[in-house]
Design a protein. Structure first.
Length: 149
């Protein structure tokens, strides 16, 4: 698969489109084909390596094949053995590491169903702090506790 990869800190010129291995689905993971991804401040900090503390999550002393991106929306391609809430074809969104790639593996509890009235691009742009309320709403709706009027 193709992904935007970073191997140095600096300007956006350090980013390269490279062929990397497709993620392997673990038993509690969901493999998602990324339809849209959003860039946020964390991505900019990661590219620049500033503030300096960002380097501890990206790579110290420099990144090595670090795949950027935190926010995405897409379609489920495969699910792990223990996944119960999602199935292939579901439209989902999440805040997850490495979303600037064709595929990403996400833990089941980090995903939410994409609202049907949002495009993939709109869902990818939902700030990460907004995901927990969407998950709560989706859980309540699936349990029948939310009634439509």
């Amino acid at each position: 698969m193709k992904a935007i990869v970073q191997n140095n800190y600096g300007s956006p010129d350090v980013l390269k489109l490279k062929e990397v291995d497709k993620p392997v689905v673990k038993e509690n993971d969901v493999l998602v084909s990324v339809s849209a991804a959003a860039i946020n401040a964390g991505d900019i900090f990661s590219v620049r390596g500033s503030p300096w503390i960002a380097r501890f999550s990206v790579g110290f002393p420099k990144p090595r094949n670090y795949i950027l991106g935190w926010d995405m929306a897409g379609r489920v391609q495969a699910v792990g053995k223990k996944v119960t809430r999602f199935q292939p074809g579901d439209e989902v969104f999440a805040s997850c590491k490495g979303s600037l790639a064709e595929y990403v593996c996400v833990a089941e509890d980090k995903l939410a169903m994409k609202p049907t009235n949002l495009t993939f691009e709109q869902a990818a742009a939902v700030p990460p702090q907004q995901l927990p309320p969407f998950r709560v709403f989706a859980m309540r709706e699936s349990c029948g506790q939310v009634r439509r009027s």
